[in-house]
Design a protein around this ligand. Structure first.
Ligand SMILES: [Zn+2]
Length: 216
């Protein structure tokens, strides 16, 4: 979804800082609890399910159905002990992800992004950091993957207000990973052929600790 550069990033569900980024650390625990207690946990789709391998549809209706989906996503994320969850990971073809993720300073970030677009980083902010990554849709597998240690995502909150979210360290990794999901990419698609094969082998040998949707 194209972003209008003239839009103002204010007036959303969450307060914004003086640079216009959402303050997703405020009342993080209370907000996450409220969402998941209203929601119903759903099983997680796994690699091979077509819904994970194509671009999701834009969110156009910011209504009660979307609110219910977001609640279910927080409930599902908690059941699976994830730090981020994209809608197609519970089988819904819509561009929305939720997160409940610590950054490298141990600060908890909780939020929702609809129609996310990852912003290009200026060269001086683009530092690759290689560390371990996993995905609820590739259960029990982990691999090292180099990604920028800083990320900015623009999009909309669950009420349709324009927002921008930024993250560092592990939270930056999460923002990139979840945005990738909504465009049909898993982190294993960014690995070498050999590493990808190894991740799939780890998955075959392991047993997920949460309910998954079986592939046909
Ligand atoms: Zn994932």
């Amino acid at each position: 979804m194209a972003q209008d550069t003239e839009q103002s990033f204010t007036g959303g569900v969450l307060p914004v800082d003086d640079e216009g980024f959402v303050v997703d650390t405020e009342d993080a625990e209370e907000r996450e609890t409220a969402h998941r207690e209203r929601g119903t946990s759903r099983p997680i789709t796994v690699v091979g399910n077509p819904v994970l391998h194509k671009e999701c549809k834009d969110v156009t209706a910011f209504d009660d159905d979307l609110a219910k989906l977001v609640d279910d996503m927080f409930a599902s994320q908690r059941t699976a002990q994830g730090v981020g969850l994209a809608a197609n990971q519970i089988g819904v073809d819509l561009k929305v992800f939720v997160y409940d993720c610590m950054d490298d300073d141990g600060v908890r970030h909780v939020g929702v992004v609809c129609n996310p677009v990852l912003q290009e980083l200026p060269a001086d902010r683009r530092h690759l950091d290689e560390s371990g990554e996993g995905c609820l849709s590739v259960p029990t597998a982990y691999a090292d993957l180099a990604r920028p240690d800083y990320a900015v995502v623009t999009g909309q909150d669950e009420q349709g207000n324009a927002i921008k979210v930024r993250g560092t360290g592990y939270f930056a990794r999460c923002l990139q990973h979840e945005t990738d999901h909504l465009y049909g990419y898993l982190y294993i698609d960014r690995l070498s052929k050999r590493e990808r094969k190894d991740a799939l082998r780890q998955m075959e040998e392991g047993t997920p600790r949460y309910p998954v949707v079986p592939n046909d």
